[in-house]
Design a binder for this molecule. Structure first.
Ligand SMILES: [Fe+2]
Length: 129
């Protein structure tokens, strides 16, 4: 059984998919089950470097991961933001060299933010995600 907005990765080809409407089927790619990417949190240096952070500037609210490298071999691939009830989903992709930052324009008080590092996987803002 999948859950809404879960993210799965194929450990063979690297396909990454997200569940929009959950159901009972198992997600399979390259003839094997896909791996659920858990949202990681920790207070180590690596966790601190990957945790999305909120910042208010000029009355606008942003989520960013400016503490992380944006090199071709190691970078933030996307940031997603959504309200706690998962009634909306906002996603922004990044290329190496870009600043990994995304403006929150809705549901500012209840926003959850996650990001995907191409090497270290999926990370959330804090332990409550
Ligand atoms: Fe990383």
């Amino acid at each position: 059984m999948t859950e809404k907005l879960q993210i799965y990765k194929c450990e063979i080809c690297g396909n990454i998919v997200q569940v929009l409407i959950p159901s009972y089927g198992e997600l399979v790619c390259c003839n094997q089950p896909m791996k659920l990417l858990e949202i990681q949190h920790d207070e180590t240096e690596i966790g601190e470097k990957h945790a999305p952070k909120k910042e208010i500037r000029d009355n606008r609210t942003f989520v960013h991961v400016k503490t992380h490298p944006m090199l071709p071999e190691h970078y933030i691939q996307f940031i997603e933001i959504y309200p706690e009830d998962k009634s909306e989903l906002h996603l922004k992709y990044f290329d190496p060299g870009e600043i990994p930052e995304y403006e929150i324009t809705n549901f500012i008080d209840s926003t959850k933010a996650i990001e995907l590092c191409n090497i270290h996987g999926l990370w959330g803002e804090d332990k409550n995600d």
